[in-house]
Design a protein around this ligand. Sequence first.
Ligand code: GDP
Length: 299
Amino acid sequence: MKFLEALAQQFAGKPIDWDELEHGLIRADLGVALTTRIINKLQEREAWSLLGISDVIKVAREEISIDLPTETKPIQPISGKPNVVLLVGVNGTGKTTSTAKLAHYLGGTGSVPSGKTGTTRRSSLQRHTVLLAAADTFRAAAIEQLGIWAKRLGVEMISGEYGADPAALCYDAHESATKNKIDFLICDTAGRLHTKSNLMAELQKVKRSLAKKDPAAPHEILLVVDATTGGNALSQAREFHQALGLTGLIVTKLDGSGKGGIVVAIQDELKIPTRFIGTGEKIDDFAPFDTRKFVAEML
Ligand code: GDP
């Protein structure tokens, strides 16, 4: 259930209990700062003792809408060079699946191709050419999993051996994408190494290696977070943003979770916009983030 609806049910026919309301908004992952703002806004009203739950929902929606950008920046091809998109995030958030979904959205057909992996196709969706780099070399299954998607989508993929240097792999993939005039290079990366500091250092190295051929690359660094993990997603966003400078989020598992609040909390605290959302396990359960739709349908 959407969390504002759940809140409405909880308070139906009752006067507002401010502590309960505060807990309800925090439980919905809106974060302390935004929750406090919503409550202050409500309490500023003269006759707040007469407020009903519909007023609370109205004010919550208004405050949330102020926070979220009205327009989502689209990901577009760059003239004369590949647009390099790096996907980062901890394991299990849906990074590899989102890499495939983004490839499909930007250029893949989603149909099972008759040819082998290695043919670069223009497609029915955005009709751009895409190259994948399987740079999660720490998780053998990730290389395999992305390989299966690449084959299904008819998109070329560069991969290495298990344990190969992801920075070198991304460098080679970038070179290949440039040489072949590919519109988008999408790099899947590792979500776990032996220690966390190693992971951040490795991702920084990947970033530097991509910048060798084009100082502006990677043009996008998108953190994949699982909406159902609430506060964990927020702390992941803080950490990855500090280490890498994120340009956006892909928020997954928004299907039926009632957990959209995390999108708002991350935007509120870190000003990182959600660029895409994942709403299921299928290749087209994926869409650019749309504030109006999100507020109307997910909150
Ligand atoms: P990674 O370890 O971050 O690369 O995660 P995977 O891409 O392997 O995904 C982990 C699990 O989450 C898989 O079972 C995916 O099918 C599932 N998954 C990914 N995105 C979504 C989503 O938007 N909704 C749902 N329900 N499941 C998802």
